[in-house]
Design a protein around this ligand. Structure first.
Ligand code: OGA
Ligand code: MN
Length: 282
């Protein structure tokens, strides 16, 4: 089979402000620097790239991820592919199943880190028989569509983000042990409006957002709620209904995402790779 050249890659917009479908490439093509370079540009432009029916192998997923940047390596002893994290609610398949219910709420991966992930890739090995779609929203587009006076109000605000805040949505009545464990992860103050090196600005929101620093608590709650409603509105959103073999990549710097609820019994199983970020929140 002839190898795809860059011009065989077809990229088609999916949503009004977010999402593009990519066709004309195979798993092997994705390890080519020229093709991956074009896809990286498309990722910046569209926020989310969707490849249907790709059926990537683990080595192909790792190779493609490496073309996009430095790949996070997980401390999994004896794993053939320590870059691959298993996303499943079944504790027999995934060690982090307990925390993954946190993905049911809008979030940015690594929102309590200094430098959030650049991109995340999910490869569907098995789709859920019910539920489990993933929704994405474009936080650049949401910022750009805000009225100028709203932008001025938000531009210099800072927000405290914590793992505990996001886990309390899943476990509203936690044990002391749960709380102690959550608090091992340091919380972090982030700008509400992140101006990137590119010059574009995105909103930094999501389940980890606890409160706006130095603001009256009720006012803070209202503002965060209102902005999240705004940013996750239909016109900034793309929803992916998974089939086994699909690959989805998102730009974690200019999007938020969440999984729609599913159960361990749904069979949903994803292989995830994470591309390390190189730009701090600022
Ligand atoms: C993640 C995540 C959503 C999903 O892997 O970071 O939030 O749909 N996943 O599984
Ligand atoms: Mn996530």
């Amino acid at each position: 089979m002839a190898e795809a050249q860059g011009d065989a890659v077809n990229i088609e917009r999916l949503g009004e402000t977010i999402g593009a479908g990519v066709s004309g490439v195979s798993g092997r093509d994705l390890a080519q620097a020229e093709i991956a370079g074009r896809l990286l540009d498309a990722l910046e432009q569209h926020g989310v790239l969707v490849f249907r029916d790709l059926h990537l192998t683990d080595p192909e997923q790792v190779a493609f991820s490496r073309q996009l940047g430095e790949v996070e390596v997980l401390p999994i002893p004896g794993s053939d592919h320590p870059e691959i994290f298993t996303v499943s609610l079944d504790p027999a398949r995934a060690t982090s199943a307990e925390y993954l219910r946190g993905t049911f709420f809008w979030h940015i991966d690594g929102a309590t880190d200094d430098v959030p992930n650049k991109a995340t890739m999910l490869n569907a090995l098995e789709a859920a028989d019910e539920g489990g779609d993933t929704q994405f929203c474009n936080t650049y587009a949401a910022w750009e569509a805000l009225a100028a006076d709203e932008q001025d109000r938000c531009r210099h605000l800072r927000v405290l983000h914590s793992f505990e805040t996001s886990q309390r949505l899943v476990y509203p009545d936690p044990t002391d042990e749960q709380v102690a464990f959550w608090r091992k992860r340091p919380s972090k103050v982030q700008p509400l409006a992140w101006t990137h090196r590119s010059g574009r600005t995105s909103l930094v929101l999501g389940a980890t957002a606890d409160h706006v620093v130095d603001m009256d608590p009720t006012e803070s709650l209202n503002l965060l709620y209102r902005l999240e409603e705004w940013a996750t509105d239909q016109r900034f959103r793309y929803q992916h209904h998974w089939a086994a073999g699909d690959l989805v990549v998102w730009d974690n710097r200019g999007t938020m995402h969440r999984a729609l609820p599913y159960t361990a019994a749904s069979g949903r199983l994803m292989h995830r790779t994470t591309i390390v970020g190189d730009e701090p929140f600022s």
